[in-house]
Ligand binder design. Structure first.
Ligand SMILES: [Fe+2]
Length: 290
């Protein structure tokens, strides 16, 4: 094609797919749609060459600040509502199972495996509120799931996750806990506080460009896994937290809002939180993929 025009450029690029090398059907599907939407977007807004160069510079800077401790592109996907959309597409609600929500950029693998009831607090902050968290993990018929792993992570009272804060000990406020024979789990942690997602770099530029704010409501991140069951990535939100209705990453779900209650007299934490999880059986096809 020697005469590419505004009218034919999209088809010309799509026709090039697989021209010199066979590509898998899924790859073709992704690229064809991406090209159509990307070209459509450029036409919609009449994107200028200057704006195109600005976008290239922006993406370059976003990539440059990624490291093993910072994943800027997940943040960008969160701010645009892409991660929550992809999560809903990947994990459609089928019945009574606990609803999932975004993983976010702060998860770290290999959190310490801890005994039932232990605390994830490795550094104390003034004004922190400790919480005893417990509940059951069950299947959709209500049978207990023993040996499920609850991987939990949260921000400190200064609003920072430990991997973004040099002053917190490694794996502070992170831990993995196993359910007992009754499917029961228990741990000690602190009440999570609302925090701004990192907005010092390109994520902040995007938030400001959108005229949005960067705040998230207080939440505990949880990942619940057990062989034979669908893995759950979710968050529990503090019912009394601000920003439940204007979360900067659009990840709040009504069913994930929990009550942090005042602990009974004599308890060794300030608060208690009860939250149960329901995991459906994994489908064979999905298990193979995982
Ligand atoms: Fe978070």
């Amino acid at each position: 094609m020697r005469n590419v025009t505004i009218d034919n450029v999209t088809d010309v690029v799509i026709e090039s797919l697989g021209r010199h090398q066979e590509i898998p059907a899924r790859q073709r599907e992704i690229m064809e749609s991406l090209i159509r939407h990307l070209h459509g977007f450029c036409k919609d807004v009449r994107l200028t060459h200057g704006e195109f160069l600005q976008a290239c510079d922006y993406l370059g800077r976003a990539g440059a600040i990624c490291s093993d401790k910072r994943q800027e592109f997940i943040l960008l996907g969160d701010i645009l509502g892409v991660e929550v959309l992809v999560d809903m597409l990947t994990n459609p609600i089928q019945g009574e199972e606990t609803i999932s929500t975004v993983l976010g950029p702060f998860f770290r693998e290999n959190a310490p495996v801890m005994p039932k009831g232990a605390t994830t607090v490795r550094k104390n902050f003034e004004g922190q509120e400790t919480v005893f968290v417990e509940g059951y993990v069950r299947d959709v018929e209500g049978a207990p799931i023993a040996g499920a792993i609850i991987d939990i992570w949260e921000d400190a009272p200064n609003g920072l996750y430990e991997n973004h804060d040099h002053d917190q000990p490694d794996y502070n406020l992170r831990g993995r806990f196993e359910t007992d024979a009754n499917g029961h789990y228990a741990l000690r942690a602190i009440r999570p506080v609302p925090y701004p997602i990192p907005s010092d770099e390109t994520a902040g530029e995007l938030i400001r460009y959108m005229g949005h704010h960067s705040m998230r409501p207080g939440h505990l991140h949880m990942m619940v896994t057990r062989d034979g069951y669908r893995s759950l990535i979710s968050q529990i939100y503090d019912s009394s937290s601000p920003h439940l209705d204007d979360d900067s990453v659009f990840a709040v779900k009504e069913a994930l809002i929990g009550e942090f209650r005042k602990a009974p007299e004599g308890a060794d934490t300030d608060l208690t939180l009860r939250f149960d999880f329901i995991l459906p059986r994994a489908e064979a096809k999905r298990m193979a993929a995982e």
